[in-house]
Ligand binder design. Structure first.
Ligand SMILES: Cc1cc2nc3c(=O)[nH]c(=O)nc-3n(C[C@H](O)[C@H](O)[C@H](O)COP(=O)(O)OP(=O)(O)OC[C@H]3O[C@@H](n4cnc5c(N)ncnc54)[C@H](O)[C@@H]3O)c2cc1C
Length: 351
């Protein structure tokens, strides 16, 4: 259950109950959720985005879109589960058609030890044998002896869900401006900086962690939920998309170049082939990569300097945690509530 570690600290930048002009810079998943919750709360919201509506300049465009707070426990801090579990409720409420049909984790016999380790480090799963696995995903019949089923996890398709969120912001009375690139110092009123890696001018600790992916298309395999394959180096997965497409992801490399290396492509395609050999006949639609914005501790941070708020460091969990971060920011702006785990105040400006 979600329990915020709020400490009442008096007034935030907006008087209690007052509505104000709120500008959000960056319409990736962090900024979109901030804009949506502020617009719904009655604030005068403008969301600025330097890309056009296709959002090609955002990391969010390249993401898997898994909402997997239980699986991510393997490699992340408890804070991510706390924010993630709360965010699942917000996704369900805002976009009730989000698929929450779980995710599966499978392994080949040689990776048995890593599979057991994954089971130990995570929760919210039940073991399924080959028969139950085939009942969940008929295409996987006969492929694996057992798996872990995380029934409460969900997934979204980033390239479809971002436009949906932008539409909902407008429906809630907000304004979305594409091809608009203001700096955080150029605007009056409350400014929420969600520029991702571009915020390095004011947050020099940020780094990009490269994630590579491949999009393939085939009518030979059907999956209805993400399937993770235990892999000694990366959590590799196959996520079903609409129109017989599948996203294969994702590497995690401490580098900031773009593009996909031959080695990564081999590993991603190998993982798909290991999940189902029919993927060998699939058509490759796209290779791509995105840079995950991360702080040195790989945890998200809301930095507050009076009415300048920076929401960043969403790393590999942007889709999972963005709604919960927006809720925390709104609680700060409206009621001065501070979440001690996520918020940092510059020179006591939010005291
Ligand atoms: C391959 C891959 C797979 C991933 N899979 C998952 C997953 O399954 N689940 C999950 O939860 N997360 C996943 N992630 C992580 C997730 O994508 C990131 O955490 C998230 O996209 C970060 O969102 P953001 O809004 O902070 O940054 P961004 O998406 O980069 O958004 C920042 C936006 O700010 C805009 N901008 C910058 N400067 C300006 C300016 N001056 N004016 C206007 N606009 C500006 C940019 O154009 C951009 O659109 C994945 C990432 C990668 C790379």
């Amino acid at each position: 259950m979600y329990q915020a570690t709020y400490a009442e600290r008096g007034q935030g930048p907006v008087a209690s109950g007052g509505q104000s002009s709120v500008s959000i810079i960056g319409a990736g998943i962090a900024g979109a959720w901030q804009a949506l919750l502020f617009a719904q709360a009655g604030h005068d919201v403008t969301l600025h985005e330097r890309s056009d509506a296709r959002m090609m300049l955002s990391t969010s465009h390249w993401a898997g879109g898994m909402l997997a707070p239980y699986c991510e426990r393997e490699i992340s801090e408890p804070l991510i589960s706390r924010l993630g579990l709360r965010a699942l409720d917000l996704w369900r409420k805002e976009l009730p058609d989000t698929p929450f049909n779980g995710s599966l984790v499978v392994a080949h016999t040689r990776d048995r030890n890593d599979f057991e380790r994954f089971a130990r480090l995570t929760s919210g799963h039940r073991r399924v044998d080959a028969k139950a696995l085939a009942a969940l995903e008929p295409s996987l019949e006969g492929r694996f002896r057992e798996g872990l089923f995380f029934a409460d996890e969900g997934h979204v398709e980033p390239r479809r869900v971002l436009p949906k969120l932008h539409e909902r912001i407008i429906a809630a009375g907000g304004t979305v401006k594409f091809s608009s690139e203001p700096g955080p110092g150029d605007i009056d009123g409350v400014v929420i900086d969600c520029r991702g890696l571009a915020a390095r001018d004011t947050q020099p600790e940020l780094r990009g962690v490269k994630g590579e992916l491949i999009l393939i298309e085939t009518g030979e395999v059907e999956l209805s939920r993400p399937v993770r394959l235990i892999h000694p180096r990366w959590p590799l997965y196959v996520i079903p998309r609409e129109d017989n497409r599948f996203m294969l992801g994702a590497t995690s490399i401490e580098a900031e170049d773009t593009g996909v290396s031959v080695r990564s492509a081999l590993e991603l395609l190998g993982a798909a082939y290991a999940v189902h050999p029919a993927f060998a006949e699939a058509r490759i639609v796209e290779f791509g990569s995105g840079l995950r914005p991360a702080f040195p501790d790989n945890l998200p941070r809301i930095t507050i300097d009076k009415d300048r708020i920076v929401v960043n460091g969403l790393y590999r969990h942007g889709f999972l945690i963005a709604p919960a971060l927006a809720e925390l920011t709104l609680a700060y702006v409206e009621r001065g509530q501070i979440d001690n785990e996520v918020m940092q105040c510059e020179v006591m400006q939010c005291a």
